[in-house]
Design a protein around this ligand. Sequence first.
Ligand code: EPZ
Length: 417
Amino acid sequence: MDKIIVKGGHRLCGNVKISGAKNAALPIIIASLLNDGWNTFHNVPQLMDIESTKLLLENLGAQVETSGHTVRVNAAGLSRHEAPYDLVRKMRASILVLGPLLARLKKTRVSLPGGCAIGARPINLHLKGLEHLGAKIGLEHGYVEAAAQELIGNEIYFDMPSVTGTENLMMAAVLAKGETVLRNAAREPEITALAQVLCMMGAKIKGAGTSIITIYGVDSLAPVTATIIPDRIEAGTFMAAAAITGGDVTLTDCRPDHVGGIIHKLKMTGADITVSGNTIHIVGPERIGSVDLKTLPYPGFPTDMQAQFMVLMSVARGLSIISETIFENRFIHVSELRRMGADITVSGNTAMVKGVPLLSGAPVMATDLRASASLILAGLAAANTTEINRVYHLDRGYEALVEKFSGLGANIRRVKN
Ligand code: EPZ
């Protein structure tokens, strides 16, 4: 397994281009299952998860072509309705085929994704919603079996604003008979992006981006050409990196309107941030001020940025209280940061972070996608050298991360282990 070596103490300076959003690309590419014909998507990030999605769709009988940052999908040859365990275990977002396959084939068999490092990750809200649309759901041998004579529009209330739950139900409802109303729906930009692509295909959706989404079922959808929105979590990660190194960085090809919660918090730490069109210019402070944080569904501060922000607070002036309200086990990075000298006390879903003047480089272990990025940030700010192991987590969700950090002046390299 490869590892990443970071030598700390370098201010990041320069421009970095933000890639397309993984969590927008996954549902949008899978939505191609809803029509027959060639769908073309541009600005798709080159990531392991995109590769996994290609394999998943090909396994169902669709044709998938990738060239650089463009992915083309044709599901006219859709012939299988099963998403097998060996594909789903690699990428839990595979459960997003549930809605489209039910809509197209009226039956599907998808391996239960199981939990992951950050939590149990149940899909009960997905399944309850599909039952409300008329699907019969069975669970056996670790698989979800779902079938429906036809899908009938209905009112669905989410106990929690589940992102992929909202996406699955939107993709099931677009071909259902009649009207579906999703209440307490997720409001993330990735939901709005998916709804826009579905509407381009001919779907009738109102309210995406709010907590009430209304979908009027249509008989069929047509293939489209669309461009994936920039990755707001990658943007937040680079802003945090600029802040922690006292750097001067300009992010290009990003969507400042998608990172308002992150900008707000970083400004409170003392960073100077200006926005112009699709660029964000950030200058880090001499010493970071401590700020309390609570992760929330969008437009609140995103849970996918919690680990990165905790690194910032670990070298801030003062005490910060960080509450993780979305996932039950998303403090795994704490033990790794402690090995670098961070002073963090965890009680339940709350971490108390006492800033120290400087972290010290150490060998550390990546445990999940976003935590692995936070360890790079820690290495950038630490004295001497940090070695990050199990970096395959990074390959799932960050495109050319080492190259991008090198381009900003970081002393960082990836070595084959
Ligand atoms: C999406 O996961 C993202 N993944 C996650 O990003 C992100 O952290 C998460 O949303 C929250 O923003 C993709 O979009 C592919 P949820 P998702 O359903 O949809 C509970 C990354 O690093 N819940 O919004 O799986 C759940 O346990 C990943 O890119 C149920 O109880 O998250 C969690 O506590 C990590 N039952 C909360 O809701 C359900 O049926 C939010 O989960 C569904 C969810």
